[in-house]
Design a protein around this ligand. Sequence first.
Ligand SMILES: Cc1cc2nc3c(=O)[nH]c(=O)nc-3n(C[C@H](O)[C@H](O)[C@H](O)COP(=O)(O)O)c2cc1C
Length: 357
Amino acid sequence: MTTLFDSHRLGDLTLPNRVVMAPMTRVRAAAGGLATPSMATYYAQRATAGLIVTEGVQPSSIGQSNPGTPGLHTDEQVAAWRPVTAAVHANGGRLFAQLMHGGRVSHPDTTGMRPVGPSAVPAAGKVFTPTGLQPPPTPRALETSEVAEHARSYARAARRALDAGFDGVELHGANGYLISQFLSSNANLRTDRYGGSVANRIRFAVEAATATVEAVGASRTGVRLSPGGTFWGIREADVPALYAELITELARLQVAYVHLEATAGDEVLLGLRRAWPGALIMNPVLPMGPKQTGRAEADHWLGLGADLISFGRAFLSNPDLVERLRTGLPLAPVDEATYYQGGDAGYLTYPAYQHTA
Ligand SMILES: Cc1cc2nc3c(=O)[nH]c(=O)nc-3n(C[C@H](O)[C@H](O)[C@H](O)COP(=O)(O)O)c2cc1C
């Protein structure tokens, strides 16, 4: 039986194990969306992962969701990422940048621009801004002629990611951000070719993936999805058909992997596993749910046919997660208070397991 510690071929990479670090926004970038030396240390501490997927990175300035997140749309941002990718590679790791366009989950106080979305429907909840949480504004609905430009922004950022030394990119198609807004049936009320039918609702995701594959190659392109997820007020009609059609298109593009969140029942998820011929990264628990991914959930999903398992919170608080899982050492708990603040505290301060005599 496959274990977490077997190697796996992913695109052109050989991963030494099947433990993936899940993408986690940490809001510690410098002004201008620049990666920092602390970010290099943070990711390098976790380089024993089979693959690291970074925090969400904005592919354009209007695509920024939270303040303090890094970007991949300026030359300065590319230069700032280079020491991060070099540090991870020096420690023997591999990393993909998660490209995250926030769409309507954004604020003019953060970007200086009115957010855009498929339709003029605001997100539910409160968004982070430089002055604290605020209600999300009503986005400006993109004109039909503008949509392709936003799809291409992922591809341009992907090219910059490779320039910065990343091994590939993951398109953030989950959790209520722009791609997920297009997939939805209540954030997307469009009557043009990007809304309504399943074929139309997946079009933006497919255009973004196609452009990215053309820019950097299928072996360097992954896609994260949250079938049926309800983040930021998203609702999706026809979940099984929507994702089955999307998976068919991603299979045609031969992207390196699909990264699924456990936002639907096992029946839907297992159906997608059967329909997806490529590598599947499974994130086995509900994002921000009370229970975090651990060894039991990972083994369960490897048994159900996942190829790789992503760990979020456990990796945040255990830089040596792979070793702890391999040897059965206890996991350190995560401090929620420092998820999105605290500088190096709660970021670089989680130690590797301390063996005592
Ligand atoms: C602090 C924090 C930040 C997160 N940021 C992102 C993100 O930027 N992109 C994303 O796709 N998921 C994000 N997630 C969700 C995680 O990738 C993961 O799906 C979730 O934590 C559940 O997995 P776990 O139980 O292993 O933590 C975040 C989760 C946490 C805890």
